[in-house]
Design a protein around this ligand. Structure first.
Ligand code: UDX
Length: 447
């Protein structure tokens, strides 16, 4: 009989995983403790913007006309325990307030609430990003709490999806990593992922700590790559070089690779910043803090880019205070194709200028609602043109396609001054200069 799957936590990760499991043909039951989320998902609506996710959900959510009916949602732990053979834990692990460490309270409480009802045989699969050592601790907790005792097992299966590509990354993962303690757990996970495995996704079997570490080390590597190129941007600024050319040139070496070498205002979002900090905190607890001191530098290079963008804007306005200056900000989300503004470099730069007295007007294709909630005192406009109207300087801070396709000439007619600063190295300097703009990008003083 086909496996039945449950997904606990229906945020980015969980909602996508649940829909993807239904797409792979499984009967799926999703659980969340927030009633509004369950109601929305039950109607086939997604609480965030993620390309393709709502379509996939509507294709499977029970009760929607024409759907397969394979996907349902509930708030009832007993129902989830009764329903599933394999239970995926997908709740979030934010940074603890005032600390670097990761807040495990949602994972702990999800595992405990579920375990109490598990009579076995079941597999609980952790997907959340957790400090190494958590799986070991949670496996013991499950054994203590589950009425099914040793019939209930744990596995760790980190998730590598990127916002903006979540659906595709989940259906066609570039690797599947499973930390297991038994052949049975491995076999069950091979069954769950039979379709992507058949399509060629590598399946890597490890122990618990390695599986947990794969995720945090992958994110640390990505963060390092971005901060590396941003450090090169700083040197290019000082030496009169061009970091975009430099990235292109080193990227031809396929040991280095072209990806994740776009210099600019740096990384943000709900993952990279908090994951590298939690990793440092955990290494400290394990007595291996020296190994990760470089991540402190990665973090500070990254945070410095935001300040440098503010300084670039100040220089563009003549070098004095921002008071009375009108600044247009294009982009609020931490990356394009997402409405996520968590730790967004763009919003951080906009906020800094605003707090220094600048009149900031922000426009973002999808992030306006979230940005307004997080930073209600900034000015907001309904289009790029309206944001730029009367601006003394324009800051391009999130690389949406919409901004690359802007009509630079028409925009020049509404701006007070034709000065654009590209915080993402994503616009075409030639195109803007032809339209009469002065163009300046980070790490490319001469480009
Ligand atoms: C990241 C990881 O990529 C993903 O594998 C993991 O599961 C979760 O964390 P995500 O947070 O969606 O995914 O964003 P990502 O695409 O990695 O971008 C992170 C940040 O880096 C963004 O703010 C982006 O603008 C910035 N970035 C990315 C750069 O500044 N330069 C680059 O070259 C690439």
């Amino acid at each position: 009989m086909a496996l039945k799957i449950t997904v606990i936590g229906t945020g980015y990760l969980g909602a996508t995983h649940a829909a993807a499991m239904a797409e792979l043909g499984f009967e799926v039951l999703g659980l969340d403790v927030v009633p509004e989320k369950i109601e929305m998902l039950g109607r086939g609506q997604v609480p965030m913007f993620e390309p393709g996710l709502e379509e996939l959900l509507r294709k499977h959510v029970a009760g929607i006309e024409g759907s397969t009916g394979r996907l349902r949602f509930t708030m009832d732990w007993a129902e989830v325990a009764e329903f599933g053979d394999v239970h995926f834990v997908c709740v979030n692990t934010p940074q603890k307030h005032g600390e670097y460490a990761c807040d495990m309270s949602y994972v702990d409480s999800a595992v405990e609430s579920l375990a109490k009802h598990l009579r076995g045989p079941n597999l609980v699969v952790g997907k959340s990003t957790v400090p190494v050592g958590s799986a070991d601790r949670l496996a013991a907790r499950i054994l203590e709490l589950a009425p099914g005792g040793g019939e209930v097992e744990l596995a760790w299966n980190p998730e590598f999806l990127r916002e903006g590509f979540a659906v595709d990354d989940t259906l066609h993962p570039d690797r599947i990593v499973v930390g297991v303690r038994s052949e049975r757990a491995e076999e069950l996970l091979r069954e769950v992922y039979a379709s992507p495995i058949a399509d060629g996704s590598p399946f890597v079997v490890t122990d618990f700590p390695t599986a947990e570490l794969v995720k945090t080390s992958a994110n640390s590597f990505l963060a390092t790559k971005i901060s590396f190129i941003n450090a090169m941007a700083e040197v290019c600024e000082a030496a009169g070089g061009d970091v975009a050319k430099l990235a292109e040139a080193i990227g031809h070496d396929d040991r280095i690779g072209k990806k994740f070498l776009r210099a600019g205002i740096g990384f943000g979002g709900g993952c990279l910043p908090k994951d590298i900090r939690a990793f440092m905190a955990r290494a400290g607890e394990l007595g291996a803090d020296q190994a990760l001191t470089f991540l402190r530098e990665i973090d500070s290079i990254n945070m410095r880019q935001r300040g440098q963008m503010v300084e670039l804007a100040r220089q563009a306005l003549g070098g004095g205070p921002f008071l009375g200056k009108r600044v247009a900000v294009l982009g609020a989300t931490f990356k394009p194709d997402s409405d996520d503004v968590r730790d967004s470099p763009a919003l951080n730069v906009a906020g800094q200028i605003h707090l220094q007295g600048g009149q900031v007007t922000v426009y973002d294709p999808k992030g306006m609602g979230n940005a307004r909630r997080l930073f209600p005192t900034l000015g907001y406009a309904d289009s790029a043109t309206e944001a730029v109207r009367g601006a003394d300087v324009v800051l391009h801070l999130t690389e949406w396609r919409e901004f690359r396709e802007l009509d630079a000439k028409a925009l020049g007619e509404v701006a007070a001054a034709r000065v654009i600063l590209d915080g993402r190295n994503a616009l075409d300097p030639e195109l803007w200069r032809k339209a009469g703009w002065s163009y300046r990008a980070m790490g490319r003083p001469t480009a």
